[in-house]
Design a protein around this ligand. Structure first.
Ligand code: 2AM
Ligand code: CA
Length: 264
C-alpha cells in the first residue's frame, strides 16, 4: 500500500516546499540570468534558503527534534532521541553547472536508527520514500532493487573523489577492477539519487567513499526497504561513521565487494 503516514507527509511536504525555491533558483541559473562569476555564491544562498525552509517546516511539525544539516551543522533539540538528517541540495556541483540532476534529502533517525526517509528530485518530480518495515516507494509505486545476478550485466554507479578530497589513486584502482567486469559504470554526481536509483533497480549497485551522513542517511533506508544489501565499501557495517558505502542486491553485493577488495 502506498498511503503515506503522517510522519512521511510532513517530510514530503517539507521537501516539496523547499523544492519550489530550488526550482526557481535553478531556472534562473539555467537561463544564465546569474553571472558566471556570481554563480557559486548564488548556489550557496539557494542551498542555505532551502535548508532554512526544511528546518522551519520540520520543526513546526515536530518541535524539539534535533536537526543535523549540511549547512548549519547540528542543532540540538529538547528531544534527544530524534534527529533529522538533512541535505537541502545534494548534487550541488550539478546545480551550479545547470545540470538537472540533484535532490533534497531528509532522513529521521530515532535512537540511532534511520526510521523514515525522503529523497526528492524536483526536476523529475520523483519523490522516493520509505519507512522502516513498510517498504520503499517512488510517488505511489512500490520499488524493488534489481534482480540481476551477474556482474557482466550490471550497471554500477560511483562517485569520483574531487578537488582536495578523498583518495584518488585508490579510486582509480577500484574503477580499474570494476570497469573490466561490469556492463557499465556511471558517475552522475548525487549520492542521494544514486541510492534512490539502486532502490528503483535502475542501478545494480553503487559504491563511493568520503561521503557525509546527510548524503547517505535517507538512501540507506530506501535501499534496505527495497530489499537491497548495504555495507561500507570495505564490507563492514558502519556506513554513516565511515562515509563509505556499497549498496546493491543480495546476489551482486558479495561479487562487487570481492572485486573492490582486489583493488586494495
Ligand atoms: P553535495 O552535492 O551535497 O555536496 C558526489 O560524489 C557526492 O559527493 C554528492 O552527494 C555531493 O554532495 C558530495 N560532495 C560533497 N562535496 C562535493 C564537491 N566539492 N564536489 C562534488 N561532490 C561533492
Ligand atoms: Ca550532499
Amino acid at each position: 500500500m502506498s498511503t503515506q503516514s503522517a510522519l512521511l507527509k510532513v517530510m514530503s511536504d517539507a521537501a516539496r516546499k523547499a523544492a519550489r525555491g530550488l526550482n526557481r533558483d535553478f531556472g534562473e541559473l539555467a537561463e544564465l540570468q546569474v553571472s558566471k562569476k556570481g554563480a557559486a555564491d548564488y548556489v550557496s544562498a539557494a542551498d542555505l534558503k532551502a535548508e532554512q525552509t526544511l528546518f522551519e517546516a520540520l520543526a513546526k511539525a515536530r518541535p524539539g527534534y534535533s536537526f543535523l544539516g549540511e549547512e548549519r551543522g547540528l542543532i540540538e533539540g529538547t528531544d534527544k532521541t530524534h534527529t533529522w538528517i538533512v541535505d537541502p541540495l545534494d548534487g550541488t556541483t550539478n546545480f551550479l553547472h545547470a545540470i538537472p540532476h540533484f535532490a533534497i534529502n531528509i532522513a529521521l533517525q530515532r535512537e540511532g536508527v534511520i526510521v523514515a526517509a525522503v529523497t526528492y528530485n524536483p526536476i523529475t518530480n520523483e519523490l522516493y520514500w520509505a519507512e522502516k518495515g513498510k517498504g520503499c516507494f517512488v510517488n505511489d509505486k512500490r520499488l524493488r532493487v534489481a534482480a540481476r545476478k551477474h556482474l557482466d550485466e550490471a550497471v554500477l554507479a560511483t562517485g569520483i573523489p574531487f578537488l582536495g578530497h578523498g583518495q584518488h589513486a585508490k579510486f582509480l584502482k577500484e574503477l580499474h577492477q570494476m570497469s573490466q567486469r561490469v556492463a557499465g559504470v556511471r558517475r552522475f554526481g548525487s549520492a542521494a539519487l544514486d541510492l534512490a536509483f539502486v532502490a528503483a533497480g535502475r542501478f545494480d549497485g553503487f559504491w563511493e567513499r568520503d561521503l557525509k551522513p546527510w548524503d547517505l542517511a535517507a538512501g540507506l533506508l530506501l535501499v534496505s526497504e527495497a530489499g537491497g544489501k548495504i555495507t561500507n565499501a570495505d564490507g563492514d557495517e558502519d556506513v554513516l561513521g565511515t562515509g563509505s558505502i556499497l549498496a546493491s542486491n543480495l546476489e551482486l553485493h558479495p561479487l562487487i565487494l570481492e572485486k573492490l577488495k582486489l583493488a586494495n
